[in-house]
Design a protein around this ligand. Structure first.
Ligand code: ADP
Ligand code: MG
Ligand code: ZN
Length: 630
């Protein structure tokens, strides 16, 4: 990646001064006969002068011969190239000249090294300091330089080297962007008919879904340069600098058109202007934004500069940015679904050496809710694990372990947990798994472990979606809550205690129950009334109530009663299957990690009738791991 900046003047001064100093050093430290009046002659002349006895003395150096004339009027020093002449010594003797062989003046290696390598560096450093001090003085204070220097770099890539093939899934986004690629490839086609291409398109989606990647792929597909700048880099700058950068960026882009200008994290500069919190602080951002708007309006749309921007909080953008002629296209970039995850894994698995039997589908199923970036990370972690193990192919097991590493953190080596705690954790996890398996329409268990992770999870139950759907029925939602309460229920039944380990479960269960009441219209009491709106679906999805305080109280009661009911159901299931609960928990305690099939074998050994589960499962939430945290 090139850092495209105008070279600063002082840099040239450094070079010049260094050059001069090195030359001077050379002249002082290595004086030679050359500095006297010299004449270069050819070897033939040397021989003929030698034969005519016109030479007084001769000095044979490593690759030249220096001699003086016997003519006392001639004070010149002659130089000739040294030939491979075995007769030379004979001839010199015959001519009766004084001669010597000079071993080239050798400094000790250390001195040589110091002179050739260290001294230029020292000089460089000294000069650099001098100049920066001078500059800083001129700019007012030593801090000034450091500030302006580090921020808002414009990056240019002549060729991004990425194409749509590198972007797995995201078919809709790709289709929307194909039009832009086509425009960049044949601008005339559009000009002829009088069509103006949109100047800008906004890529909207959660972090890690491939927005930057898509922008690069557009540039790659159209084989045009890619200018990129990140909004967050403007934040700490001096007033006026951001605006100047924007001006600069667009000037460069127009010179290089057709090209792509990519503004990452545009929300950091493009926030609604009125929403500012009063006095000061926002001046810089506002100026930058205004400059951006001016530039976007200013340049000719037919030129072939297409501006792409990315954000994960579109709702906070200033309306002015979204007006026609600016970012009027909005391209959603969504989290990958099952098929999308599988193809992303495949794209990245191509770049590493894997065993032939790896199955990306299994990994994709275990990573519901993972973004493209996380999946790329999983593949990379697997490759690292293989290297650590001195293998040259990545196995399915590496990938499976990597899923846990990326999702749950690294295995915590040496974490000490008392036996009693371990037992509680085992029962807690089996509680989840058992409740999940016994209920119909619940995820079949994929893996249960009580090996603690650095993320703070002391153990977890991993569920695998059989198929994927965005719809969740009321029954499924309720079953899910029941599964979440299963951990706590097991603790209560067996140990008659409640631990803090269930805090995450409670949070998850509450979230679903709340959504059932306020957004999904799944409670009899309220029916289909939206009592909440989600503020930002891309970032955590905080919701705010849109109902009166009295209704809010009733909502809380309803949520409570749903969870209570689920908790009772979970307890009932566990009491009815208490033998299995003991058996499975003991087994888990011993093995620490058990797979879904082991779990099912033990569960099915006697009461097959009770297990009608694991056929269908249509839940896609982002929480396929039920963990307990400290
Ligand atoms: P964003 O800009 O949306 O935060 P990035 O484009 O920076 O996400 O994605 C980060 C990395 O994740 C990419 O470099 C790529 O390796 C991987 N990635 C994300 N989405 C995809 C995808 N759809 N196909 C292939 N790789 C992806
Ligand atoms: Mg990005
Ligand atoms: Zn739990």
């Amino acid at each position: 990646m090139d850092e495209n900046k105008k070279p600063r003047k002082p840099l040239i001064y450094y070079y010049l001064s260094t050059l001069i100093i090195v030359m001077l050093l050379n002249a002082f430290l290595f004086p030679s006969m050359k500095s006297l009046s010299t004449e270069e002659v050819d070897y033939g002349k040397f021989i003929s002068m030698l034969e005519n006895k016109e030479i007084k003395d001769v000095e044979v150096q490593s690759n030249e011969i220096v001699f003086t004339s016997s003519n006392s009027n001639d004070k010149k020093v002659y130089i000739t190239g040294k030939m491979d002449d075995p007769d030379l010594v004979n001839r010199l003797e015959k001519a009766g000249v004084t001669f010597s062989k000079v071993i080239p003046q050798e400094n000790s290696p250390i001195v040589n090294f110091l002179l050739t390598w260290i001294s230029p560096i020292l000089i460089f450093a000294l000069l650099g300091q001098m100049f920066s001090r001078m500059l800083a003085k001129r700019m007012g204070g030593p801090g000034a330089m450091q500030f302006g220097k580090s921020n808002a770099k414009v990056y240019v890539e002549a060729q991004t080297g990425k194409t749509f093939k590198d972007v797995a899934g995201q078919d809709e986004a790709k289709e929307a962007l194909t039009e832009i690629v086509d425009f960049l490839n044949n601008p005339d086609k559009y000009k002829q008919i009088g069509a103006k291409m949109p100047k800008g398109a906004l890529l909207v989606g959660p972090p890690g879904t491939g927005k930057t990647l898509l922008a690069k792929a557009v540039a790659g597909e159209a084989s045009v340069p890619f200018f990129s700048i990140s909004g967050s880099e403007f934040v700490e700058m001096f007033v006026g600098m951001g605006a100047a950068r924007v001006r600069d960026l667009f000037k460069q882009a127009q010179e290089k058109a057709p090209c792509i200008v990519f503004i990452d994290e545009i929300d950091t500069i493009g926030k609604k202007r009125d929403s500012g919190n009063g006095v000061g602080g926002n001046d810089e951002r506002e100026q930058t934004l205004n400059q951006l708007l001016t530039e976007m309006d200013g340049f000719d749309g037919g030129l072939g500069v297409v501006i792409l921007a990315a954000t994960n909080r579109p709702e906070s953008l200033d309306k002015a940015l979204l007006r026609p002629g600016r970012f009027d296209r909005r391209i959603p970039v969504e989290m990958p679904d099952l098929a999308g995850r599988e193809s992303i894994l495949k794209v990245h698995a191509k770049n590493i050496k894997t065993e032939s039997n790896i199955d990306c589908n299994v990994i994709a199923r275990a990573t519901s809710g993972a973004s493209g970036a996380e999946l790329a990370n999983i593949v990379n972690e697997a490759a690292i694990a293989a290297v650590k193990d001195n293998r040259n192919l990545v196995s399915q097991k590496d990938l499976e372990e990597a899923v846990e590493v990326v999702i749950a953190g690294y295995q915590r080596k040496g974490a000490v947990i008392s036996d009693k705690e371990k037992k509680i954790i085992a029962y807690h996890e089996i509680g989840h798994a058992l409740v999940a398996a016994i209920q119909t329409n619940s995820d079949p268990v994929h893996k249960i472990t009580i090996i603690p992770r650095t993320s703070g999870a002391l153990g977890y139950t991993m569920q695998v979606s059989e198929s994927e759907s965005v719809l969740m029925s009321k029954e499924e939602a309720f079953n899910k809550i029941t599964t979440f309460t299963g951990g706590r229920a097991a603790e209560e039944i067996i140990f008659n205690i409640s631990t803090s380990g269930a805090s995450n479960d409670i949070e998850q269960a509450t979230k679903i129950a709340r959504a059932m009441v306020t957004r999904f219209g799944m409670s009899d009491k309220f029916g289909m009334v939206a009592l909440e709106t989600v503020n930002n679906p891309y970032l955590g999805g905080d919701a705010s109530l849109t109902c009166s305080p009295e209704t809010a109280t009733k909502v809380d009661q309803e949520v409570l009663s749903i969870i209570k009911e689920a908790h009772e159901k979970a307890s009932k299931i566990l009491r009815e299957n208490i033998d299995k609960l003991h058996e499975l928990s003991e087994y888990l305690l011993e093995k620490e990690t058990i797979t879904g099939s082991e779990f099912m074998k033990i569960l099915n050994s006697e009461n097959l009738s009770e297990n009608e589960s694991s056929e269908t499962q249509i839940i896609d939430d982002n929480q396929s791991i039920l963990d307990i945290k400290k």
